[in-house]
Each structure stands twice: as structure tokens, then as C-alpha cells.
Design a protein around this ligand. Structure first.
Ligand code: FAD
Length: 387
């Protein structure tokens, strides 16, 4: 596996074990089935409890049966899952960083006890509903409202692009609390069997096909007030979750790109044209050299991010830089790998084109490439250019 500047020699035993377990899981249990799921447009649901058994959901959190591993170990896990498929990493990212993290950080003791152990072992599945049909990048413009009635809240609105939601037990709905002054954004834990909640699967995706994506409307959905996350108000609630998930994405993109690189290198050494392997042509070597260099610089960035995160010095802007850089890198390099595979590269027998198509989603979700550019632009100049 590509590790050109020997970063993995610095890993401790726990980090190496998690990396190896995740790699073995992907090789033995994901690779044999993922292309079929991708073609069918289904998420391999049978892997959900197995991933729980292996401790793949929020292992970087502490307590409630969670492992409290290092941020490097967590990053390596995301990297190995995305080397399998972005759909798999997305499922684990949503469950761990977008649902378990806010419950852990902002939830009541009862909410933590109810959901964290069950989600940690894969018995319960969660979704994160921020995006709306009319509000994607400007999520703060959300129209979903929660109105207090006695000791209940009544939710009305629509959410779109909620990963896991068609198979979820609970979704965190971010909505404006219309009963409080200035309508602050708050997080509401909505069990998916509540009356008035209608979840549909989004069909016809040409990217992230091995992932369950949903949209739903809420028409007078009633939840008890104990389902509100008590510890946070305002957009910093959802945004702090996104920083956790984007950290995992920056690592994951490296895994997808590395998988493409390994596939292209092996193919170039095996495939013979004009009397020998295509790897002997300078044009093909230039592509491999570029891929290896780009992957290595992205690896350096995420390893540095892990150090900053451990020290409590990681800023959301650092994560924006890594998400923006590493996903663009994986998007570009997966296309080069696909090209090196010739005609065979357009089939599902090989992974590169699947990764390439997945990267269109990863480039767009969790803040589009443009939005991360604007975040960095603001950080570098002090001037916001969003509006
Ligand atoms: P828009 O915001 O409409 O953007 C369209 C284009 O305009 C983009 O190129 C964008 O970069 C550009 N643009 C927008 N604003 C500006 C600006 N100020 N300056 C310059 N350019 C701008 N959301 C969730 O809440 N939960 C999930 O689990 C989830 N999962 C997803 C899974 C998939 C497969 C996909 C595709 C999306 C998912 N999303 C999820 C939604 C995702 O986060 C949004 O798609 C994303 O934020 C972009 O919003 P949008 O699609 O509405 O695009």
C-alpha cells in the first residue's frame, strides 16, 4: 500500500490494529459485494451490525461502551472504509460524527444512554437532517419550524439528502425553535416511526449509489421535549458536527485515491501493449508519479490534522482546507486511474470509476468545494464573500 514517506511507521499498536482490522474487513467483506450493490443502488445493510461489532462507529468518543481511540486511529479507519467505497464511509461518518457526536456533546444523560450504546454496536441507525429542498449551502436559511405545545414540540417542514434516513431509527432534525426568542436553530431527535413523518428514498443517483439517501416531509410531527438536544443552540450545533465529519472525509478521500492508485499500478504492470507492460511507457509512469505525489501530500495533511485535533488546536478552517484539497485530489486522481485502465476501466469489475463517480458527491456534500474556498478566503483576508 502506498505510504511513500513512511508515515505508517509512526503508528502505535492500537492505530496499526484498527487500520489492519478495517483493511481486512474491506478486503474480505466489502470488495466481494460492493460492485453489485453499487449497480443495484443499494447499501449493504448486512454490514451494519458487523461494523458495530468491529467498533467502527464513533470509536474516537469516550464512555457509553465507545473505545476512545486516537484521532489518527479514527482517521485511518475512515481511510480504509473509503478505500472500499464512499458509501460505506458515509454511513459510518453520519452515524458516528453527525449523530453520535452531537448526542455525546450536547445530549442529556437519558439521550446518551438511550442512543449511544445502541448506535455504537449497530443496533440503532441514525441520520442527520440539515439540508432542505430550498436550502443547501445556505443551511441557516432553513424553513423547518418546531412549535412548542405544552411539553411537546410540533415539527413542520421538509428535509432532503438525509443519508441513512430510509433505514434509520432516529434522525436529528435541525429546525428553528419558533417558540423561543429569535427562532434559534436546535437539534430534535425524531424517531422515524413518528406519525406525520414520511421518508422516501432518493432514486436515480449516478454517484454514491451504494448509500441510502432519503428525503422527507414533517407534517405536525409531535415529539416530547426530552427529545430536544439541550446543550446547544444556533448554527454552531450542526456546524460543529460537520467539522467532525469533514475531518473523516479528508482522511477518507485519501483512501479512495490510494485504492485507485494501487489498481492503476497493478493494471499497468500486467497489461501488455506493443510487446510489453504499459507501465514501461513514460506517459503511464508520469501518471503514477503524479498520483503518488498527490496522495502523499494529502496524507501528510491529514496526519498533521490529527496531531492538531489531539492537542485541541484544530480549527474548522484547517478542516476546510483538508476536505477541499483532499477531495479535489481524489476526484482528479481517480479519473487518471480510470484512464490508465482503458476500456476495462469503465466497468464495475474495477473500482476506479466507482470511486470517481462517488467523488462527485463527496466534492459536493458537507460543504461544497466552493463553500470551503470561501471559508478559506474569509480566513485569509478577513472579508466574507458568501453573500
Ligand atoms: P446549492 O447550495 O444549491 O449549490 C449549487 C452550486 O452553487 C454549488 O456548486 C455551490 O458550490 C454553489 N454555491 C452556493 N452558494 C454559493 C456561494 N455563496 N458562492 C459561490 N458559489 C455558491 N445533507 C444533510 O443535511 N445530511 C446528509 O446526510 C446529507 N447527505 C448527502 C448525500 C448525498 C448523496 C448528497 C448529494 C448530498 C447530501 N447532503 C446531506 C446535502 C449536501 O450537504 C448538499 O447537497 C450541499 O450542502 C450543497 O447544497 P445543494 O445541493 O443545495 O447545492
Amino acid at each position: 500500500m502506498l505510504d511513500y514517506v513512511g508515515l505508517e511507521a509512526e503508528l502505535d499498536d492500537e492505530e496499526r490494529t484498527i487500520r489492519d482490522e478495517a483493511r481486512e474487513f474491506v478486503d474480505d467483506e466489502v470488495r466481494p459485494i460492493i460492485a453489485d450493490h453499487y449497480l443495484e443502488g443499494t447499501f449493504p445493510e448486512e454490514l451494519i451490525p458487523r461494523m458495530g461489532e468491529l467498533g467502527f462507529y464513533a470509536p474516537n468518543l469516550e464512555g457509553y461502551g465507545l473505545a476512545n481511540v486516537s484521532e489518527t486511529a479514527y482517521g485511518l479507519l475512515m481511510q480504509e472504509l473509503e478505500a472500499g467505497d464512499s458509501g460505506l464511509r458515509s454511513m459510518a461518518s453520519v452515524q458516528g460524527a453527525l449523530v453520535m457526536y452531537p448526542i455525546h456533546a450536547f445530549g442529556s444523560e437519558e439521550q446518551k444512554e438511550r442512543w449511544l450504546p445502541a448506535m455504537g454496536n449497530g443496533e440503532a441507525i441514525g441520520g442527520f437532517a440539515l439540508t432542505e429542498p430550498e436550502h443547501g449551502s445556505d443551511a441557516g436559511g432553513m424553513e423547518t419550524r418546531a412549535e412548542r405545545e405544552g411539553d411537546e414540540y410540533v415539527l413542520d417542514g421538509a428535509k432532503r439528502w438525509c443519508t441513512n434516513s430510509p433505514i434509520a431509527d432516529v434522525v436529528i432534525v435541525w429546525a428553528r425553535d419558533a417558540s423561543a426568542e429569535d427562532d434559534p436553530v436546535r437539534g430534535f431527535l425524531v424517531e422515524t416511526d413518528r406519525e406525520g413523518l414520511e421518508i422516501d428514498t432518493i432514486e436515480g443517483k449516478l454517484s454514491l449509489r451504494a448509500s441510502s439517501s432519503g428525503e422527507f416531509t414533517m407534517d405536525g410531527v409531535r415529539i416530547p421535549e426530552e427529545n430536544v438536544l439541550p446543550g446547544v443552540e444556533g448554527m454552531k450545533g450542526p456546524l460543529s458536527c460537520l467539522t467532525q465529519a469533514r475531518y473523516g472525509i479528508a482522511w477518507g478521500a485519501v483512501g479512495a485515491a490510494r485504492d485507485c492508485f494501487e489498481e492503476a499500478r497493478e493494471y499497468a504492470l500486467d497489461r501488455e501493449q506493443f510487446g510489453g507492460p504499459i507501465a514501461r511507457f513514460q506517459l503511464q509512469q508520469e501518471k503514477l508519479a503524479e498520483m503518488a505525489s498527490e496522495i502523499t501530500t494529502s496524507q501528510l495533511l491529514v496526519h498533521r490534522l490529527a496531531e492538531l485535533k489531539e492537542r485541541g488546536e484544530l480549527r474548522p478552517q484547517h478542516v476546510s482546507m483538508a476536505k477541499r484539497n483532499n477531495v479535489e485530489m481524489a476526484r482528479d486522481q481517480s479519473r487518471i486511474a480510470r484512464e490508465m485502465l482503458g476500456g476495462n476501466g469503465i466497468t464495475a469489475e474495477y473500482a476506479s470509476m466507482r470511486h470517481m463517480a462517488n467523488m462527485e458527491t463527496v466534492y459536493t456534500y458537507e460543504g461544497t468545494h466552493d463553500i470551503h474556498t470561501l471559508i478559506l478566503g474569509q480566513d485569509l483576508t478577513g472579508i466574507q464573500a458568501f453573500e
